[in-house]
Design a protein around this ligand. Sequence first.
Ligand code: SER
Length: 318
Amino acid sequence: MSETILVIGSSGQIGTELVEELRKIYGNQNVIASDIKEPNNSQEGPFETLNILDKDQLLSIINKHNVKEVYLLAALLSATAEKNPEFAWELNMNSLFHVLNLAKDGIINKIFWPSSIAVFGPTTPKQNTPQSTIMEPSTVYGISKQAGERWCEYYHKKYNVDVRSIRYPGLIGYKSLPGGGTTDYAVDIFHQAIKTRQYKCFLNESSTLPMMYMPDAIKATIQIMQAPSEQIKIRSSYNLAGISFNPKEISDEIKKHFSDFEIFYEEDFRQQIADSWPQSIDDSHAQIDWNWHSNYNLETMTNDMIKNLEQLLKQNKI
Ligand code: SER
C-alpha cells in the first residue's frame, strides 16, 4: 500500500486550501483529509472524521491509510481560546503530543505543526521582530504555541523527530473563513465590503499586525515540508513575514475599488490581544535556510481577494 499524507483539521481555514494544493501535487487518493467537522463538497478524495483528542482513533486512521506524513492544523485560535482556556490548552497541547509520539515511535516520518506570531508578547520588540527574542506571550493560545515550539525542538533533539514549523502571521484568503482569531477582521472586511460596503472593525484603526495572503502561506508550508532535512536548522518554528498593515491601510486599499466603502471602529477584547503582538517580522532565517520569499503585497492581495470574492458572490457561494 502506498504511503499517504494526513491533514488534521482539513475543514478549517488553512486545511481547506492545503488539502487542495497537496492533492494537486501528490494525487487525490494520497492525501487524507480529516476533521471533527464534515468537509465542504469541493474536497475530492478520502475523508475521515477524527477527534484528535482520541489517540486510538488517530492511530487506526494512520494504520488504515499507511500515513507517513502528518499536517496537524487542529487548534483553538487566540480569541476562542481566551473564552475557554482549559479546553484550548488540552486541545492545542494533547493533539501535538499525540502526533509527536507517533513519530517518536517510528509510525510516521514527518510532521508539520503551525506556530504563530502569538508566541510573542508585550515585551517583545514590535518592529522587525527577530527569530530569537523575548517571548512572554499573554494569551492562552500564545502560551500553547510557545510551549509547543519547545516540545517540537525537544522531540527533534532527543528522539530525532522530523518536525517542521512556521510562525504564521494572520492569514487572509477567499476560499475559506477563519474561526476565532484576532486577525480574522482582515478576511471579514473583504466580505462586508463586497456585500454591504460597510465594515465595523473590532480593532482600532492603527492596529498594525503581520499578515499574509493564503497562497503565500500554502507555498511556505509545502516548501518547508519538501526541503531537505539538513536545511531545516530551526526545529522550534520559523518566523515568516508577508504584509504588515492596519485596518485603516487595508480599508484605504479597498476604497480604491469601492469609493463608497466605509469603516467604523468598535474595539472589543481582541484589541488587547492585537496590542500584545508584533507589527512586523524578520524572516531572514527562512529566507536563508529554505529560500523563502513572499509574492504578495497589500495591493496585489486586495486585487485578488476582491476579484475572487466577487466571482463567488455571483455564484451565490458566499
Ligand atoms: N491568526 C491567529 C489568531 O488571530 C494568529 O495565529 O489567532
